[in-house]
Design a protein around this ligand. Structure first.
Ligand SMILES: *Cc1c(COP(=O)(O)O)cnc(C)c1O
Ligand code: SF4
Length: 460
């Protein structure tokens, strides 16, 4: 008889207190016909709701239609406030029925999804004085339109300029979506000629091993275009790694389940890459646990079965995910679906969304709470994408950070040696005295050069 049958005679003494069941809530995913809470979707069946064509066809791009769809659920003052917000917002509008159904319309001001996609006139704040469009200088680092070569061995290929959703906080509001009254966009339309020039450049640079395919958004590429880009890049000997970037799974997971042509095309590129010993993965963009439902789970499990690695990049946003509880829940919920939390970005300096930004200090605080809560490989690095083209820097790696003026100073020796890159915390988190200094352009130079001088003292 096996010795394993013998029961231990000593009881096991737990060293940790029993787990509070509420901390396991990240595993409880929304299922059932949740969309039927929206009057316009009350009759919509599961089959319809899962159909990506239905989702795309019913995606709302017009503020009046959006507000009409939820009119019965919200107050007239909310409608007025949103109308004012749309009038001032520099982004185009695009909201899928999936997203619309996940917003809690009984409390729309606080809802983390509403905050990301629907601007409120009453919440908008003046831009930081140091903000300029394309604060990351993606265009300045572009040898070919839509190809940014900033880092030594990797490049960012912007294949097209449309997305399945338009986010208020988008860093690429200089290029993405249609022109609005506020912003005239740079053209990054699908063009085989532009693509060919990008591929030619990548081939001409032996150091380029890693290509991010973004936009816009890979979800908007046709199945055939996914393969066209995939095949072209896999055929370049120096390319070893590529990632298709898409917000899609967060706003329309249905596509992965019912757009068989698209998912199969991605799978073929991944498999072809694997045979060539090249890595092809999907990068997505979940920002809040509410974006992840049972439908997302089914979609991610399908990718898991096909051996497709998924990593996530989030944007830290005030009122959306800027608390340890929410960020930990997001990270654990993603880990539960085999989605690796890769980055959390401190919000870039983007026009018209000052209400969404948080400080470097907030990012450091949240990171401290998230780290340790789950596997290290599911723990995101919190980064600042240094304005001026320094690239992503670990938030903690500043040379100097003046919490008073909200100026942090970074260096990027492997990207642009010798330069200093400044990030600016949002004004509304600074003292009134310092806010007054920022209101006076003559003071800016003084504050920034003081911060750089301190950074120089400390730099090694
Ligand atoms: C983010 C980014 C990349 C990829 O950087 P990783 O740190 O490897 O994710 C490449 N090029 C540009 C311009 C980028 O902004
Ligand atoms: S999906 Fe990405 S690229 Fe498109 S608007 Fe949102 S953040 Fe910008």
């Amino acid at each position: 008889m096996s010795a394993l049958k013998v029961l231990p005679d000593e009881p096991i003494i737990p060293k940790k207190p029993a787990v509070d069941p509420s901390t396991l809530g990240y595993r409880d995913l929304l299922r059932g016909p949740f969309w039927q809470r929206i009057p316009a979707y009350a009759e919509v069946t599961e089959e319809q709701f899962l159909d990506h064509n239905w989702q795309a066809k019913h995606t709302i791009t017009n503020p009046t239609k959006l507000l009409a769809a939820v009119q019965a659920l919200v107050s007239p003052s909310f409608i007025e406030d949103a109308e004012l917000g749309f009038k001032r917002a520099p982004m185009s509008l695009r909201v899928s029925p999936y997203l619309l159904s996940l917003i809690d319309w009984t409390n729309p001001y606080e809802d983390p999804l509403r905050i990301q996609f629907i601007p409120m006139g009453s919440k908008l704040r003046p831009d930081h004085p140091k903000l300029d469009l394309d604060s990351l200088h993606e265009q300045a680092d572009a040898p070919v339109p839509g190809l940014t070569h900033r880092y030594p061995d990797k490049a960012l290929f912007l294949a097209l300029n449309t997305c399945p959703v338009y986010c208020r906080f988008c860093t690429r509001s200089y290029a993405v979506g249609i022109d609005t009254e506020e912003v005239e966009k740079v053209s990054l339309k699908v063009s085989s000629e532009r693509w060919a020039r990008a591929f030619e450049y990548i081939r001409s640079r032996p150091e380029l091993e890693d290509i991010v395919i973004s936009g816009g958004d890979s979800y908007q590429l046709r199945a055939q275009q996914i393969e066209e880009i995939g095949d072209a890049l896999l055929a370049i000997p120096n390319v070893r790694r590529m990632r298709f970037a898409t917000k899609g799974p967060a706003v329309m997971p249905q596509k992965l389940l019912t757009d068989h042509a698209w998912t199969d095309a991605l799978t073929r590129v991944v498999e072809k890459g694997r045979k060539l010993h090249k890595e092809v993965v999907l990068h997505t963009h979940f920002n809040h646990p509410n974006e992840i439902t049972g439908i997302t789970e089914d979609a991610m499990m399908k990718l898991m079965e096909r051996g497709i690695t998924v990593r996530n990049q989030s944007v830290l946003q005030r009122g959306v995910n800027d608390s340890p509880e929410t960020m930990t829940k997001l990270v654990k919920r993603m880990g539960h679906l085999n989605v690796h939390a890769y980055y959390v970005y401190v919000h870039d300096l983007v026009k018209g969304v000052e209400d969404l930004r948080t400080s470097v200090d907030t990012a450091i605080f949240i990171e401290k709470h998230v780290r340790g809560s789950t596997a290290g490989f599911n723990t995101p690095t919190f980064v600042v994408d240094a304005p001026g083209g320094g690239g992503k820097r670990d938030v903690h790696s500043y040379e100097y950070y003046d919490r008073e003026t909200g100026i942090s100073v970074y260096q990027a020796p492997s990207v642009k040696a010798g330069q200093f890159f400044l990030y600016f915390d949002p004004l509304h988190q600074l003292s009134t005295a310092v806010q007054r200094r920022w209101a006076d352009p003559a003071e800016h130079e003084q504050m920034t050069s003081a911060a750089i001088a301190k950074a120089k003292e400390r730099t090694r």
